[in-house]
Design a protein around this ligand. Structure first.
Ligand code: ZN
Ligand code: ZN
Length: 168
């Protein structure tokens, strides 16, 4: 399980390298390290928690260190900020794979579990398209958008159902 997760992280890091190379952006060792920490976390992680983890190997790391790295990763669409949780999560493949320009109007969509805190990213182009059209009708140009829905994930819903049926 752990090996599988790190293989996934490895793949995403490789993708990040390719994206940055194509854009002429410099994915420094520090930025890559922060991305690695975000990707390796099971659920969205706050900046200070990331800083704590970073300090295990980089004792001199300070809040500006982490914020600057996170800004870079956000700017290049490698991570998302989940506003509801004030936390960061890695972008699943696809957001930044969109042709240039399209990625800027892409609305990131998250299903956030109240129980386990996981954030599942959806890749529904129709949702983005509907939002873009509604905005256009209102004469509005969207620079960035994040749609966040809160509820229970399938795992937590299943265990909640199991708990209920045991107590009945
Ligand atoms: Zn994304
Ligand atoms: Zn859950």
């Amino acid at each position: 399980m752990a090996a599988e997760f790190s293989r996934r992280t490895e793949g995403l890091l490789d993708r990040a390298d390719t994206i940055c190379e194509r854009r002429g952006a410099n994915l420094t060792e520090l930025r890559r390290h922060v991305l690695d920490l975000v990707l390796d976390a099971a659920s969205p992680t706050g900046a200070y928690e990331l800083l704590d983890r970073l300090r295990r190997t980089r004792r001199a790391a300070a809040p500006p260190t982490i914020y600057r790295a996170l800004d870079f990763l956000l700017e290049h669409g490698l991570i998302h900020r989940v506003e509801r949780l004030s936390a960061f999560v890695g972008c699943v493949a696809g957001c930044t794979a969109a042709p240039d320009g399209e990625s800027h109007t892409h609305a990131a969509q998250f299903l956030i579990c109240r129980d386990c805190g996981r954030a599942i990213e959806l890749q529904d182009r129709h949702v983005s398209a509907v939002l873009a059209r509604a905005a256009r009708d209102a004469g509005f140009t969207i620079a960035s958008a994040t749609i966040e829905a809160e509820g229970l994930c399938s795992t937590c819903r299943a265990s909640a159902t199991a708990r209920t049926s045991v107590s009945v």
